[in-house]
Ligand binder design. Structure first.
Ligand code: HEC
Ligand code: HEC
Length: 169
């Protein structure tokens, strides 16, 4: 009733809305972490304790050339087609701008909701073009807070249910 409009009738997700059946988590997949996410939402402006992190719009921060390099580097991490000559310089751009939220090894950072960029699971698309679009102008997806609307007991039940769908982190 409350979740399928964004996460799909089987919780399988779609572009921009994470699949809740797998064990790949943006903000953490323990029952407690899931409960926290459902209670306070993500980037939900009216909840003071909402999960918050905002990937900067790098289109205003680094050059188009640097965006091309770092996008090729990120694509290479999951074996996507890329121009090999851009990998080394792209890794440098990544080290200078991206590790705080995505980790030294690009495997993500759940404290800040930074996705793992080395796996086959993508929120917004895996190709170099989709990656460059996100780097230029990040989507910053919003998830509503449910604590006040549904109450603690219902949110707990939901958290246990969602936890049971995943791989059991
Ligand atoms: C209006 C759309 C919307 C609705 C409705 C919605 N969600 Fe979400 N949800 C999102 C978005 C967008 C994200 C990812 C945000 C991000 O980029 O971090 C998300 C993320 C999550 C996460 C975190 C996943 C992770 O990998 O850490 C959980 C858990 C979750 N939603 C559960 C629910 C539940 C349970 C409901 C119903 C009570 C619900 N959502 C309703 C949009 C929605
Ligand atoms: C302040 C934290 C932060 C920094 C710094 C940051 N990111 Fe992100 N990144 C995020 C968050 C949070 C998301 C997912 C949320 C969204 O935009 O909706 C994300 C999403 C992405 C995605 C989409 C992943 C997917 O599954 O579709 C890519 C690609 C990406 N970042 C690349 C980069 C690159 C390259 C840099 C450095 C130039 C960078 N990010 C710097 C926080 C950050």
């Amino acid at each position: 009733v409350n979740c399928t409009q964004c996460h799909g009738s089987g919780a399988q997700g779609s572009a921009g809305f994470p699949n809740l059946n797998d064990d790949d988590w943006l903000w953490g997949g323990t029952a407690e972490q899931i409960q926290q996410t459902i209670t306070h939402g993500i980037r939900f402006a009216t909840d003071a304790e909402t999960r918050l992190s905002e990937m900067p719009a790098f289109g205003d921060i680094i050059t188009a050339d640097q965006i091309a390099k770092v996008s090729a580097y990120v694509a290479s991490l999951s074996g996507k087609v890329h121009d090999a000559s851009l990998i080394q310089p792209g890794a440098k751009v990544f080290a200078d701008n991206c590790v705080a939220c995505h980790g030294d090894n690009a495997k993500g950072n759940k404290e800040l909701g930074g996705p793992d960029l080395t796996d086959a699971i993508w929120l917004y698309g895996s190709g170099e073009t989709a990656i460059a679009d996100q780097v230029r102008a990040p989507k910053q997806g919003v998830m509503p807070a449910w604590g006040a609307r549904l109450g603690e007991t219902k949110v707990k039940e939901l958290a246990v249910y969602i936890h049971s769908l995943g791989g059991g982190e």
